[in-house]
Ligand binder design. Structure first.
Ligand SMILES: Nc1ncnc2c1ncn2[C@@H]1O[C@H](COP(=O)(O)OP(=O)(O)OP(=O)(O)O)[C@@H](O)[C@H]1O
Length: 268
């Protein structure tokens, strides 16, 4: 069975279940948006799919094999994880940071070669950071740094990319550029799962949306148009949506809190 799959995942943190019975899959060629309110468990789920933490219940499999049983180097070559707080604390040149993405491919007998340099060049070009290659990463703006960290993840040339809020901190132009890039990677066959808070981007670009609710469950898993036609988004976020159709595609923007008259709010 091709794909990355979570089977009935359960994770307990701080004495409570943060994920509870979560099953979800990611196939090659999909761009899946993982959406839901703050604290719903999106980062926890993404990190577990990436193999960064072990679930208390259930398991993750890659092409039908338990992820936990895969050699770490194979896992690192096939799955790239882009952390929400991705950054570099070391004053390294941008090109050096992106080259770190080739570590899972390192061969102590041959060192790095032409294939590594080509992968690094491609990743920098796709993320629009080639012109920054000689800059020291700690001197970049937040948005520039985010694109460099994405380039490092792409330099891995993984089968699956798991990205936690990569659009956060990007201006609208670069958010659109990012989503076009992720859609392009999926069209080339990569499986991409991305945590997003930008509903308009999620609805416009993702092939599938998984909506998580407080309590750590996936309460909807469908194509964007189907999700939008139900009332689940409004209910889970406790908001009203402004809806429309543009170029034949339905879209929505967060318009007001469902309980806007109540300054306390229903959600914490
Ligand atoms: N180490 C921990 N100990 C206790 N609770 C934790 C720990 N890590 C996460 N949690 C809790 O688990 C829940 C899910 O956290 P997670 O970061 O996965 O949510 P999220 O959906 O990614 O949120 P956000 O949109 O705010 O980034 C939150 O309530 C969080 O406080």
């Amino acid at each position: 069975m091709t794909g990355l799959r979570a089977h009935e995942l359960g994770i307990d943190l701080g004495g409570r279940a943060v994920l509870d019975g979560v099953s979800v899959g990611l196939r090659p060629g999909e761009l899946v948006g993982l959406i839901g309110p703050n604290g719903a468990g999106k980062t926890t789920l993404l990190g577990t799919l990436a193999g960064l933490s072990r679930p208390d219940r259930g398991q993750v499999s890659l092409d039908g094999r338990p992820l936990a049983g895969l050699p770490p180097a194979e896992r690192a070559r096939r799955l790239a994880f882009l952390d929400q707080q991705a950054g570099s604390h070391w004053p390294l040149r941008v090109e050096r940071v992106v080259t770190l993405g080739r570590l899972p491919h390192a061969d102590p007998w041959r060192g790095s070669g032409g294939a590594d340099a080509a992968a690094v060049g491609r990743a920098m070009a796709r993320c629009g950071v080639t012109g920054l290659r000689d800059r020291v990463v700690t001197t970049l703006s937040g948005g520039e740094r985010a694109r460099v960290m994405l380039a490092r993840a792409l330099a891995v040339e993984p089968d699956y990319l798991l990205a936690d809020e990569p659009a956060a901190g990007l201006d609208p132009y670069h958010q659109l550029q990012l989503m076009e890039l992720l859609a392009g990677l999926a069209a080339e066959g990569m499986g991409v799962m991305v945590v997003l808070h930008e509903l308009a981007l999620a609805l416009r670009f993702c092939t599938r949306l998984c909506l998580m609710a407080e309590g750590g469950a996936i309460v909807a898993d469908s194509d964007p148009a189907t999700l939008l036609s139900g009332g689940r988004l409004e209910q889970v976020y406790a908001i009203e949506l402004l809806r429309g159709v543009r170029e034949g595609q339905p879209y929505a923007l967060a318009w007001r809190r469902a309980d806007a008259a109540d300054m306390g709010g229903r959600r914490g």
